[in-house]
Write a protein that binds this ligand. Structure first.
Ligand code: AP5
Length: 222
C-alpha cells in the first residue's frame, strides 16, 4: 500500500534497551530505510582522519559525538533519500540524543516535506538491565549481527548467520557503559521530554522478550 507521506520513526532509549534490535525489525516490517547513528559514526571512525581518530577516542569513552559531525552525515543521507523514486520512509536508531538534535530532526522532516514530525518510540529498561545486557552481548566482526546473552545464543562460538568471529564492542565495558548512561540522563532525557510535551512519545516496556516488545510497538503505532 502506497503511503501518502513517508513514515518516519525515531527509536530512543538507554544503552542496551534494544533500539537497534527493534529499529531493524520496524525497517523490515514497513520497508523503511534503517539509520543507526552509532553504526554510522563507527563507520566514520574508519576513515582514520582527524575526526575519525577523535571519534574513536570519544566514543570508546562512552561520550556523545559532537552534533555538527552527526548532523552533517545524517543531513547528507536524507538528501540522498529525497532523490529516490521508491522511498517509504526511514527509522532512526539512536538519533536524536540531545534536545538540539530533536529540534533539527523536526526541521529536516519539515524541510523535505515528509510530514510535520515523526513517531517517537521510547524503549524503557532499568540501569541494571542496561549493564547486564551490554557487558554480556557479543557482535559479529564480519556482518555486525548482535548476539544477545540469551538461551541458545550463549553457546555460539561463531556468528550463526555468516560464520564471522564474535567480538566485544569496544565501548561495551563497565566504565564506558556507565558514561553512556550518564550522558543519557543528562542529555537525552531533555530531548525525550521535548517529545513528551508535544504528546508524541510512545513509551514501551523493554524488559520483556524481543517479540513482545515488537508487538507492543506495532500496537502503539497503528
Ligand atoms: P549506539 O551504537 O547507538 O549505542 P547505545 O545507544 O549505547 O546503544 P546500543 O547499541 O549499545 O544498544 P541498543 O539500545 O541499540 O540495544 P541493542 O538492540 O543493541 O551509540 C554508540 C555511541 O555512538 C554513543 O555512545 C555515542 O558516542 C555515539 N552516538 C550515537 N548516536 C549519536 C548521536 N545522535 N549524537 C551523538 N553521539 C552519538 O540490544 C542490546 C543487547 O540486548 C543485544 O545483545 C540485544 O540482542 C539484546 N536485546 C535486545 N532486546 C532485548 C530484549 N527485549 N530482551 C533481552 N535482550 C535484548
Amino acid at each position: 500500500m502506497k503511503r501518502s507521506k513517508p513514515l518516519v520513526i525515531i527509536v530512543l532509549g538507554p544503552p542496551g534497551s534494544g533500539k537497534g534490535t527493534q529499529a531493524k525489525l520496524l525497517s523490515k516490517k514497513f520497508g523503511l530505510k534503517y539509520i543507526g547513528s552509532g553504526d554510522i559514526l563507527r563507520a566514520r571512525q574508519k576513515l582514520n582522519d582527524f575526526t575519525g581518530k577523535k571519534l574513536t577516542e570519544v566514543m570508546n569513552r562512552g561520550e556523545l559525538a559532537p552534533s555538527f559531525v552527526v548532523v552533517k552525515i545524517l543531513g547528507d543521507k536524507l538528501e540522498k533519500f529525497k532523490k529516490q523514486t521508491k522511498f517509504d520512509g526511514f527509522v532512526l536508531d539512536g538519533w536524536t540524543r540531545i534536545i538540539f538534535e530533536a529540534i533539527l530532526a523536526d526541521e529536516a522532516i519539515n524541510w523535505y516535506k515528509w510530514g510535520k514530525g515523526s513517531k517517537v518510540i521510547l524503549i524503557k529498561i532499568s540501569r541494571r538491565e542496561s549493564l547486564d545486557r551490554l557487558t554480556k552481548r557479543r557482535q559479529c566482526k564480519k556482518c555486525g549481527r548482535l548476539i544477545p546473552w540469551l538461551g541458545e545464543f550463549k553457546k555460539l562460538k561463531k556468528c550463526d548467520k555468516c560464520g564471522g568471529r564474535l567480538i566485544i564492542r569496544r565501548d561495551d565495558n563497565v566504565q564506558s557503559i556507565k558514561k553512556r548512561l550518564e550522558e543519557y540522563k543528562k542529555e537525552t532525557i531533555p530531548a525525550i521530554n521535548y517529545y513528551k510535551k508535544q504528546k508524541r512519545l510512545i513509551e514501551i516496556n523493554g524488559e520483556q522478550g524481543i517479540k513482545n516488545v515488537f508487538k507492543d510497538i506495532l500496537k502503539a503505532i497503528k
